[in-house]
Write a new protein. Sequence first.
Length: 519
Amino acid sequence: MLNKAKNLLETYFGYDQFREGQEEIIQKVSEGKDTLAIMPTGGGKSLCYQIPAMLFPGITIVISPLISLMKDQVDALEKTGIPSTYINSTLPSEEINERLSGIYNGNYKLVYIAPERLEVPSFLRLLKQIHISFLAIDEAHCISQWGHDFRPSYLQIKNLISQIQPKPVILALTATATPQVQNDICDLLHIHKEHVVMTGFERENLHFQVVKGEDRDRFLLNYIEKNSGQAGIIYAATRKEVDRIHLLLERKGVSAGKYHAGMSEAARNRQQEQFLFDNIMIMVATNAFGMGINKSNVRFVIHYHIPRNMESYYQEAGRAGRDGEESACLLLFAPQDTHIQSFLIEQSEMDDERKENEYSKLRKMIAYGHTESCLQQYILHYFGEENPPECGKCGNCTDSREQVDVTIDAQKVLSCIRRMNERFGKTMITKVLTGSADKKIKSFGFEQLTTFGILKERTQKEVSEFIDFLTAEGYLQPTDGQYPILTLTESAGNVLRGKEPVLRKEKVRISQIVEDNEL
Ligand code: ADP
């Protein structure tokens, strides 16, 4: 089977070698094993179902929510001589009918559909009458309520699988799945854990960096000037901010495009094309920009505001350096911005359980801003890689500032939390440590604690930031929810017993960051 697969790779796609993971995935599905494939964007997921599609006797159905990509994929397959088609809401109904009869008559090997199609009873009836050998589910994280892009129509997939006889082989594919989402996909689609194939998420050519304590507008202008002639994307959280930053750049003579959902479709397309063809080098955008664009020479992606979770961050930042050249991903981190994201979660129509889940994802994104460890390691760990190595080149790995021993301060904070019985959040803990006169403190009797006011020479802001640092470094574990309670972890126990030192970098030196950013 694998020899045949290799031949197809060469003759149809013109590649002489499989990429990491592809061979293993193709092997598994051709042995009839239902499989979950987790590969980064650009890792080569499509071939993992396109090649088996040619090996299986019947038809392969590919479910994908990305309508714009369907057409491109089908055009490319048809060019290489693989009969395929797609069905989605962009087609007129006569065209759909024609394609449906083509499917019925066995004219295609691959059929791409949007998940909403599974809600059309006549379409389901057709699927029951044809021989479907293989079902590929792209963007499979959309099936999980815990994912960042849940789509209810994906739940129809289970229904489809139960109705097709004999059951087709299933391949679920995604570029973003935390361990929780992976479990969910496996449970919902009955995939065994031993058939999960995950390839490295590492993007070697990306340099991650968190920029703190800066005037962001000034930083941005400086950075763009130092990297002029390079293509870059600047993501901002709201349309208003996109407009403002765009205007700021134009006023300073930087020619930039902008993109957000408040603009007409024609205007958006025009801006996107200008950027794709290098007529404008900088694009200022909300997260509406980027789905399905494939510009390979983006040299930097700057997030002006914190995104709502690590999945969104890695996906957006990962639009840098698709061509493999060295590229930078910067997060301009201002802790006060996290309120925008909290507000958006609060205003959304999600139920309480999902909101809590969103808050805890946001908190892990915030901890990325606070951590002093390797940023790439943090990301890979988030996506479920065990023991990822340090990258040696992110902003934290190359940070040459002296490390200061802050074990004693850490012990003061941790023991205070223990004395408060690990039942409070950051604000209350900070108040106790700084000896605040807040009435609430009296009502709990905390002014009696030996740790009351033990850090009173520090400001509340400093103590609060220090607690963020201890959380990001894994000494404190926040509970779910909007106002998390902080509890001590095992390594906090080690610190309290004097078995583990806590080291922290000295305060940020701003001028150095701009220089380090030159690529
Ligand atoms: P994904 O869906 O994982 O984001 P794609 O399937 O679109 O990625 O593949 C990304 C690019 O890599 C495509 O241009 C594809 O042709 C190319 N590619 C895939 N497999 C191989 C391979 N084995 N050798 C070389 N290039 C490959």
